[in-house]
Write a protein that binds this ligand. Structure first.
Ligand code: GDD
Length: 310
């Protein structure tokens, strides 16, 4: 079996590639980064035109395409709205258009990756969000991912392309770049441990609650979804268990021995921040049997250990 991952050098892309390799897949990837020639994975440069993607699909003949390429940072989407909306929608249209015109159009299965940020403002935030709930995105990133979900649906209904859309909630793990809450906090803690920073942890909004899942559990779900026959469907990928950002800090601090003072950093605040996200993952669990296996405490320790050793 052959899999193509767009954005293979991104955070989830690397974990997905390893997971598929272990399952025996021949894995191909696209990336906008420079290519490591010693990689076990066959890499091609990030495609720019529809024709290039068609050629790539015709050449590779993938069974599965995981569309992970795109911009994923909510805070940064406020600073460059045009970039996030145009990049995420353009890449998706190019891929889906190319797929339908390629020689694999009849059988390739494609996973588009969206976000809980598609839902945005929900009526009662304490009730787990279902896939059928209204989309009311509250930031440019959420708008871009809502558009991706509509495009996925359109290509399924209009052209019969076998597309499944994942609405992933927050995913965390070793190797996530700065700009996401766990890596932002953990990297400061490790710098304080290494005496490279004064004993002050700079934080943004601590009142928000989010539904965190380890990235290694997330990529297992992606693969199980493409193995299913649920084309045209949308699935939440989440733990179903909310944690407040202040509890997250406490858990991280319990895994460190240094005394740390918290300080609000206004530059980490956003024009608006959804106060509470919790997803209902029953649809995914019932279809695939997937369950998250890695406790958040384990992930946080793995993130700290990774940062302590680089
Ligand atoms: N990044 C960051 N850094 N967030 C902070 C900080 C900080 O120093 N302090 C508090 N926060 C709060 C944010 O305001 C937000 O409420 C929460 O921590 C999580 O922030 P992020 O980790 O940046 O994630 P996100 O929820 O905005 O978006 C992530 O999850 C989405 C799915 O729910 C991203 O991974 C998206 O790509 C993903 O789609």
């Amino acid at each position: 079996m052959r899999a193509l991952i767009t954005g293979i050098t991104g955070f989830a892309g690397g974990y997905l590639a390893n997971h598929l390799k272990l399952l025996g897949y021949e894995v191909f990837g696209t990336t906008s980064k420079s290519i490591n020639k010693t990689s076990r994975i066959s890499l091609v440069n990030q495609w720019t035109t529809e024709k290039e993607i068609i050629d790539l699909l015709n050449e590779i003949q993938p069974d599965y395409v995981y569309h992970l390429a795109g911009l994923s940072n909510v805070k940064e989407s406020w600073d460059d709205k045009i970039s996030v909306v145009s990049t995420n929608t353009n890449l998706t249209i190019k891929l889906l258009e190319a797929a339908r015109k390629s020689s694999v159009s009849n059988h390739v299965k494609i996973l588009t990756v969206g976000s809980s940020e598609e839902y945005g403002r929900v009526a009662d935030p304490t009730v787990p969000i279902n896939e059928g709930d209204a989309l009311q995105p509250m930031n440019p990133y959420g708008v871009s991912k809502a558009a991706v979900s509509y495009l996925a649906k359109q290509y399924f209904t209009a052209y019969g392309l076998k597309v499944i859309h994942a609405r992933s909630f927050n995913h965390i793990g070793p190797g996530q770049r700065l700009g996401f809450v766990v890596s932002d906090f953990a990297s400061q803690i490790v710098q304080i441990e290494h005496k490279q920073q004064e004993k002050i942890l700079r934080v943004g909004n601590l009142d928000a609650k989010r539904d965190f899942t380890d990235v290694r559990d997330i990529v297992r779900a992606y693969h199980l979804l493409l193995e299913s026959d649920a084309c045209g469907e949308i699935f939440n990928v989440c733990s179903g268990k909310p944690i407040s950002i202040s509890d997250l800090i406490q858990k991280l601090l319990e895994l460190s021995t240094v005394e740390i003072e918290l300080q609000l950093d206004q530059s980490r605040m956003r024009p608006n921040d959804i106060p509470f996200y919790i997803g209902n993952n029953n649809k995914l669990k019932e279809l695939t049997g997937w369950r998250p296996q890695i406790a958040v405490e384990t992930t946080l320790l793995d993130v700290l250990e990774y940062l302590r050793n680089i």
